[in-house]
Write a protein that binds this ligand. Structure first.
Ligand code: MG
Length: 382
């Protein structure tokens, strides 16, 4: 597989935080990917909500299946643009490791609880998982991933947090771009969730094919599929439309990015990083179509009363857990209680709060629900 000059080349890597001997038969980025797949946080993704809470049905996406879909979309794009396929795959597999239980509702609730203690950002938490929280190696905390992989995982970051992150935080302060593999991972994420949420939204009965025909991107392919297969049953109809939408978005992203890369004249990933604007992106027309789909989902799926009922329950569970554990860290399992004591000694109340947030963020949906029951239902065994 040939790599373009502006792709991530391992010989130019900024390396790992703790020096390690080079792997003998794998590449450095392969090692990153393998470490991510072996991590505890990765296995937990299977029981974390994407939009629909895991126990509501077996067929909805979870954070794990979402991450796999993102990774495979990213690999296609990386390969077509001669970028580093393994690195973009690793970034995608890790991008949601720091997500709380219950999707965005959980993250918002935890962020509110942490308001006085530095806040909670899920991207930053993903980085914290791979840098500090995974406990697998004798010589260091975390997974000791390469700079390029960590850079990709930290998709967003507030300025106030970026100042504490050294070279990894620099681009948020200087308004610079990450490498191309990180840029494309963002788009693969959006393409994946916008399309799978169409499928999950229909499955959950929140939206219908009929409703979706008002979305230009969906409507276009709906007409095409119906013309070609007038008798097609509705599930297959949806799949035929969704695969066309993904294909359109991926193809457009590849073509428009290739054009932009050529026009920019960049010759290395260092030049890519020195730019203020990203080079990976859709054409104007397709970006509008994609935004139209995103808007529809926001209004009709994420704000649907059934989704909101679940998210409001989730917020209360997270908030109640935080309050109880913050009040008395001794209610947490010993290792977390110990880490609360350690962090509190170093950073005061903010340290205690951080340890509680780490514990809650690491929970799966069902674990959070059972912890809530164990804490608040007197008839439950503890
Ligand atoms: Mg994602």
């Amino acid at each position: 597989m040939s790599l373009a000059a502006y792709a991530a080349h391992e010989r130019e890597s900024r390396g790992r935080r703790h020096a390690e001997p080079a792997p003998s038969y794998r590449s450095e980025y392969q090692r990153d990917r393998d470490r991510i797949v072996h991590s505890t946080a990765f296995r937990r993704l299977v029981y974390k909500t994407q939009v629909f809470v895991n126990h509501e049905g077996d067929l909805y996406r979870t954070r794990l299946t979402h991450s796999l879909e993102v990774a495979q979309i990213a690999r296609t794009i990386a390969r077509a643009l001669e970028l580093n396929e393994v690195l973009s795959e690793a970034i995608c597999l890790a991008h949601d490791l720091g997500h709380t239980p219950f999707g965005h509702a959980g993250q918002d609730a935890l962020n509110e609880c942490m308001a006085g203690y530095g806040g909670f950002e899920h991207n930053l938490q993903s980085l914290r998982v791979v840098d500090d929280l995974e406990e697998r190696y004798a010589e260091f905390d975390g997974l000791n991933l390469t700079f390029e992989c960590r850079e990709g995982i930290l998709k967003h970051c507030s300025r106030s947090n970026a100042v504490h992150l050294g070279e990894l935080g620099e681009r948020f302060i200087k308004h610079r771009q990450p490498g191309l593999e990180a840029q494309l991972a963002n788009f693969a994420d959006e393409i994946a969730y916008n399309n799978h949420d169409v499928d999950d939204g229909i499955r959950a009965g929140l939206i219908t094919v009929e409703d979706l025909t008002e979305v230009a991107l969906f409507g276009e392919y709906h007409a095409e599929v119906v013309r070609q297969y007038p008798q097609l049953a509705s599930r297959r109809l949806v799949y035929e439309i969704v695969r066309r939408m993904i294909n359109r978005l991926v193809t457009d992203l590849i073509d428009a990015s290739a054009t932009r890369l050529r026009a920019s004249g960049v010759r290395s990933s260092a030049e890519v990083r020195s730019l203020a604007a990203p080079l990976i992106g859709f054409s104007d027309t397709t970006r509008e179509l994609h935004l139209g789909l995103q808007r529809f989902l926001r209004e009709r799926v994420y704000r649907h009363y059934k989704v909101k009922r679940m998210t409001s329950k989730a917020r209360r569970v997270v908030a109640a857990l935080f309050e109880a554990f913050f009040e008395d860290p001794g209610l947490m399992p010993e290792e977390y209680g110990a880490s609360a004591a350690r962090l509190e000694q170093a950073q005061g109340k903010a340290g205690r709060a951080r340890a509680v947030a780490d514990y809650i963020a690491g929970m799966t949906d069902r674990y959070a629900i059972s912890e809530h029951r164990r804490l608040f239902d007197p008839s439950e065994r503890t």
